[in-house]
Design a protein. Structure first.
Length: 128
């Protein structure tokens, strides 16, 4: 993941930071980035890196659980996909995203990507 904004608050903050840099207000006298700005960028990026690490670990745990679901489905000859569950999960995630001030469309795209990968894993488990 990058430090690109994914919600309107981050976009606004990013635009403000870009405006400051464009006007030179954040530059030092030598045309470089002021040390205070550089330090803040480093700090923010360290936070982003920590969050990215947490996301990776959470996804790993999620996929461990979905692998168990896939084995259970395969053992009982259940279909890999569960469209009703998927629709409910997407609706639930969109609500959570809106409550967290995250773009629900982005959240839905993200979950659809995960669901597609889970289904692919379930199909592979069923074939093995």
């Amino acid at each position: 993941m990058t430090d690109q904004p994914t919600n309107s608050a981050a976009t606004t903050a990013g635009s403000t930071a870009g405006s400051v840099a464009a006007t030179g207000a954040a530059a030092d006298g030598n045309g470089g980035i002021a040390e205070s700005v550089r330090a803040e960028l480093v700090s923010l990026r360290e936070s982003i890196d920590n969050i990215d690490a947490a996301v990776v670990h959470m996804l790993a745990e999620r996929f461990k659980a979905t692998q168990r679901v896939g084995r259970l489905k395969a053992e009982h000859k259940l279909p890999a996909a569960d469209p009703a569950r998927e629709r409910a999960q997407i609706a639930r995630l969109r609500e959570l995203a809106a409550g967290a001030h995250l773009d629900p469309v982005f959240a839905e795209k993200f979950l659809n990507f995960i669901i597609a990968e889970v289904i692919r894993h379930h199909e592979a488990i069923a074939q093995s």
